[in-house]
Design a protein. Structure first.
Length: 634
């Protein structure tokens, strides 16, 4: 007998063999379930092999499944909400009684698996999407219209209670249904300005500038004047100089009263109508944090553990170990996932070389590194190799230290009154538990952070996957080009168009005004900035600018000139001065305009064309410039 589950929009049918039969739009009766090839509603993976569901029965809202002779059985609950379905793992077991699943080779349970004939493109009358409902559930697809609805859980994070929402609805209702899913969930973070709500928040379209450490109570007025001169309404406080990564301790030279000094600065920004952003290195920990020195926290992440082969004296510079050091490296660097730091008891030691043949040892050692105390250690003591990336240590992701780091960032955000947050270095999340688990641990940190902040942040981060969408407020913080500025902007705008499918605002940053840097770079001219600002108005997005500060604005002539252009365009964009028809013309790739103030005291755009001419020659300059048939002499 076929198994049916339905709501106001959707009828989903599975046959008694466990195969997907129908995914029907109830309004039109059109079935979007792909039958070429047919697909099982669920499957398991043991080793390198997948087993499809091969037998299904249904009773009391629960679907019992067997898997193609593998010996595994699973029970999943099917729940119909008004506009979406919930699929939840109840149990999974094997015929062999008493064996933990971790010992039976089960590596993956795909507990939702539906292939559709939909394309996930604009204009389709019906659409579908899968939304993970907790951190046990991995959905590879980003939250957007798709033709593949799949949810996966793993033994590392547990199978029971993994949940996914399956949406099938009219396309123009998708964002509304996504809001319902998030609002109904007890485990997802909720943001009134992120995820399905991001397009509703005008503040997500603001533009910001960077403070890399120069702002203080004494200088905040200068920064406010600069922001106003640029038409900027948000300022990003980049960590490292302004505050320490990890425990978020404010720089005592800039903020002598700690968080109170920081709050005083942000209070002044708020009085001027400027929002403040906390720019952290996610969960990464500076080596001067109390979790490192003078006594290293046992919850710092390690990727290898050795055994001390001989007792170690206070001044020994060789650390002999029992186990092979063959996989240990001395190569480090900003992007390298490796450290040259080992921990023995409460001492950190930095090694310079590694003996990779027996007798194994770490050599050329600096004892008592990072302010820890050199000590004697007895043979048999454990020698831990610490994880490191971006020159920073990391917490064990399954320990409470991950939560403590999140708590430090949240405390600074709350006490100082920040409005925005950029989680830089979150793209290093693979160091926590390997690349295959990065989706879980990176999201775990963000979820822990979100539990602790007292108001929703304009949230951005340096990576993106499914779970991060729930709090993400905007996207598009690209690094700046050194040449071909307008082409770069066009590529950026094209990429931002794809964000509409996820209901996220775009952004055209991070921008940097270039001056002469040699033949490989191109200076930024007024027409480049006009092009950038036109595309911001045309596509209704903000931008960000770095490198311009109160101390250099008057020293670089081009900064003053371009600042006036930015201010005028941004004022008009924020006031929504131009109608949709004009915005549509401004958004066309390659089309250029300049802003003019006509005799009727109105702002208008005038089409313009720019041409470049290379002056060269051995015996003389090529001083004749031909443009549209006319000759110009240089």
């Amino acid at each position: 007998m076929n198994i049916k589950i339905e709501n106001e929009y959707l009828l989903y049918v599975i046959d008694d063999k466990g195969y997907n039969l129908n995914f029907i739009d109830k309004k039109t009766g059109i079935d979007y379930c792909s039958q070429n090839p047919v697909s099982a509603c669920a499957k398991i993976k043991t080793g390198d092999r997948y087993y499809d569901a091969s037998l299904a029965s249904y009773a009391d809202g629960k679907l019992s499944l067997q898997f193609d002779g593998s010996g595994f059985n699973a029970v999943i609950a099917l729940k119909a909400k008004k506009h979406y379905l919930i699929i939840e793992v109840v149990s999974i077991s094997k015929d062999s009684v008493g064996n933990p699943l971790s010992n039976l080779g089960l590596t993956e349970f795909v507990f939702a698996n539906i292939n559709l004939t939909l394309q996930g493109k604009p204009g389709e009358p019906f659409t579908a999407c899968a939304l993970a409902l907790n951190l046990k559930t991995n959905v590879n697809e980003l939250p957007q219209p798709t033709n593949k609805l799949q949810a996966i859980c793993y033994p590392r994070f547990g199978f029971t209670d993994a949940q996914v929402a399956i949406i099938g609805c009219p396309q123009n209702e998708l964002r509304t249904v996504m809001k319902e899913v998030v609002n109904d969930s007890t485990e997802l973070p909720k943001s009134s300005i992120g995820g399905p709500y991001a397009l509703d928040a005008e503040i997500n379209k603001g533009s910001y500038m960077f403070n890399f450490g120069g702002m203080s109570e004494a200088k905040v007025d200068d920064w406010i004047k600069l922001a106003q001169k640029l038409g900027i309404n948000q300022i990003d406080f980049h960590g490292g100089s302004s505050f320490r990564f990890g425990d978020c301790r404010p720089n005592p030279e800039t903020y002598p009263n700690g968080l109170a000094s920081f709050k005083a600065v942000i209070d002044k920004l708020h009085e001027a109508g400027i929002l403040a952003g906390l720019h952290t290195y996610a969960f990464f920990i500076d080596k001067n944090c109390p979790w490192v020195t003078p006594v290293p926290d046992p919850r710092l992440a390690k990727d290898a553990t050795f055994t001390l082969a001989e007792s170690l004296t206070l001044d020994a510079n060789i650390v002999p170990v029992v186990e092979s050091t063959q996989k240990t490296s001395t190569i480090t660097g900003f992007f390298v996932r490796n450290s040259v730091t080992i921990q023995i008891d409460d001492e950190l030691i930095v090694y310079g070389r590694v003996s990779k043949e027996s007798p194994y040892a770490f050599t050329n050692c600096q004892r008592g590194a990072y302010g820890t105390k050199s000590a004697s250690h007895v043979a048999g003591t454990k020698v831990h190799h610490l994880k490191e990336c971006f020159g920073l240590f990391v917490p064990d992701p399954d320990s409470t230290l991950l939560e403590d780091v999140a708590n430090s960032a949240a405390n600074m955000y709350n006490v100082c009154g920040f409005d925005m947050m950029y989680l830089d270095a979150l793209d290093g999340e693979d160091i926590l538990g390997g690349g295959e688990n990065s989706w879980h641990y990176g999201s775990k940190y963000v979820f822990e952070l979100w539990k602790r902040i007292n108001k929703p942040a304009i949230m951005e981060m340096s990576t993106f996957h499914h779970h991060l969408w729930y709090v993400r407020a905007r996207m598009g913080a690209w690094d700046h080009p050194t040449r071909s500025h307008k082409k770069f902007i066009d590529i950026h705008c094209e990429s931002n168009e794809g964000l509409k499918r996820m209901f996220l605002p775009g952004h055209l940053g991070w921008w940097a005004v270039k001056t002469w840097s040699g033949p490989q770079g191109e200076p930024t001219f007024a027409d480049d900035i006009e092009y950038l600002c036109c595309k911001c108005i045309g596509t209704d997005v903000g931008f960000s600018i770095m490198g311009i500060e109160p101390d250099n604005i008057s020293k670089v002539p081009v900064y003053e000139r371009l600042a006036g252009i930015m201010r005028q365009y941004e004022d008009l964009r924020h006031s929504n001065y131009f109608p949709k028809l004009i915005k549509a013309k401004l958004s066309v790739p390659g089309d250029e305009f300049t802003l003019i103030h006509d005799s009727d005291d109105k702002w208008k755009f005038q089409p313009v064309q720019y041409s470049k001419h290379k002056v060269e020659g051995i015996n003389g300059w090529s001083n004749v410039w031909t443009f549209n048939g006319a000759k110009f002499y240089i």
